[in-house]
Design a binder for this molecule. Structure first.
Ligand SMILES: [Fe+2]
Ligand SMILES: [Fe+2]
Length: 450
């Protein structure tokens, strides 16, 4: 192994000047040194090839580490499958490394891997900590300080593993939300607040709704559509609120608000938004049909369908580099988008959608419908609505209405059938009626998308 002082010469030759006084040979028996029983693997993420080559050689020769490297965020996510013991991450914008940090810290399987930021952008320290980094090494630093910091972080690894549950809880608490998540129009939040009071009057509700002319107009159009099927014309918001009832008004405003909030999302990876919304609406219509057929009081069924795959829209827009790979894998291997997300990113649209719905402070049953529509038995409080959406998704795909981003047709989840106490034969019998409901509701998309 090369000594620090020998490496110092290489370091100087590389034109990165470090004061001689800053070199201190790290001692293997330092309190924070990792156990010496094996070679530790570092995932080095640096965009600049020269920097990366230099740091890699240093970590290998002086630190005795095995090094795998990545030039950008997507490379980090790919390399992570090799299970590094620690990740050393630069913050340069062109590498999109901080997006990788956001993703890694949301993946349960990867949460325990320590991540050290290695950057000269010291001002990013608070942001990196909020995103879940464990340490920050400011560049330029002395090689010994770099090694000492890595050792320190690796030294705490076993401790982290010992309290894995507590550790991930801590991260969940401390993580800031995904950057640039869309926000819902204020009027939805106000309606939500008012509806918490069961005695709120139609007057109070309609006054708040009328403060947003665009939402009011759409609410009136929807109230007069075949979706609700009233025989007379509804001419005022006050009238709509009285006829529909508070909860249905709230859900309808949420449907409108979701479209308002997401219509300007850009930089997409290529998910077909038109087909996506047709799929979402079909899932909602099916869930609504099933709830009515089974005499379940679930007025939020259609809304649950509208929002069930929102995680895809978020990943497509905010993690477009990563999501492009997902969509390519779907195309190439003809697999479900869910499987491709798990393979490429290690995080699926249910988890990202859950985070979005939490940031929107949606009711718990809607959050669970989004989070668990592919595994309804995991819903903690209310698996009924997640089950309705799960079956809705299977039927919408079977009917070939719209596209959820891939061409696969799953079977309804057995846990969903059991929860709703229905059989595949029964679903088959209802199929024609469901198809009619799906077709009828497709037309309201033109109102929502205006
Ligand atoms: Fe889904
Ligand atoms: Fe779906």
């Amino acid at each position: 192994m090369v000594s620090i002082s020998e490496y110092h010469k290489i370091y100087i030759r590389s034109s990165l000047t470090i004061p001689e006084s800053s070199f201190v040979t790290p001692m293997a028996d330092e309190p924070n040194a990792p156990p010496q029983d094996r070679t530790y693997k570092v995932l080095l993420a640096q965009n600049d090839p020269q920097d990366r080559s230099f740091t890699r050689t240093f970590l290998q020769i002086v630190g005795g580490y095995e090094v795998i490297d990545a030039a950008d965020g997507i490379g980090v996510i790919k390399q992570i499958k090799q299970r590094p013991d620690i990740i050393l991450l630069d913050t340069v914008a062109q590498g999109k490394f901080l997006q990788a940090l956001e993703i890694i810290r949301r993946s349960k399987a990867l949460q325990a891997i320590p991540i050290a930021i290695y950057s000269n952008e010291q001002q990013k320290l608070p942001e990196c900590i909020k995103k879940g980094a464990d340490g920050f090494i400011v560049k330029p630093t002395s090689p010994s300080a770099l090694l000492a910091k890595l050792w320190k972080l690796l030294g705490s690894e076993s401790q982290k593993a010992a309290s894995a549950a507590g550790f991930s809880d801590k991260y969940k608490r401390d993580l800031s939300q995904i950057e640039n998540l869309p926000t819902l129009p204020v009027v939805y939040t106000e309606v939500d607040q008012l509806c918490k009071n069961p005695d709120v009057s139609a007057d109070q509700l309609s006054k708040v709704i009328e403060t947003d002319p665009s939402i009011s107009l759409k609410l009136l159009s929807l109230a007069n559509s075949a979706f609700f099927g009233f025989s007379r014309k509804i001419t005022s918001i006050r009238d709509a609120v009285s006829l529909l009832g508070n909860q249905t008004v709230q859900n309808t405003i949420l449907n409108i608000a979701v479209f308002e909030a997401t219509k300007d999302l850009e930089n997409t990876a290529g998910l077909d938004k038109g087909e996506f919304w047709v799929h979402s609406s079909a899932v909602g219509s099916t869930a609504r049909y099933l709830a009515e057929a089974l005499k379940l009081d679930r007025p939020e069924s259609y809304t649950a369908g509208i929002i069930h795959d929102m995680g895809k829209i978020i990943m497509d827009a905010l993690y477009s580099d990563f999501y492009t790979e997902v969509l390519q894998k779907v195309e190439k291997e003809n697999i479900s988008i869910l499987k491709a997300e798990e393979d490429v990113i290690g995080l699926d649209h249910g988890e990202i959608g859950k985070e979005l719905c939490e940031s929107w402070q949606l009711p718990q049953e809607l959050i669970e419908a989004v989070a668990y529509h592919h595994r309804p038995s995991s819903a903690e409080k209310d698996s009924q609505i997640a089950s309705l959406v799960n079956i809705g998704d299977a039927i919408a795909r079977k009917l070939g209405v719209g596209s959820g981003g891939d061409a696969t047709v799953p079977e309804p989840h057995p846990a969903a059938l059991k929860k709703l106490d229905i059989t595949l034969e029964q679903l088959q019998e209802w199929e024609e009626d469901i198809k009619a409901a799906v077709d009828r509701d497709k037309s309201i998309l033109s109102i929502l998308q205006k």
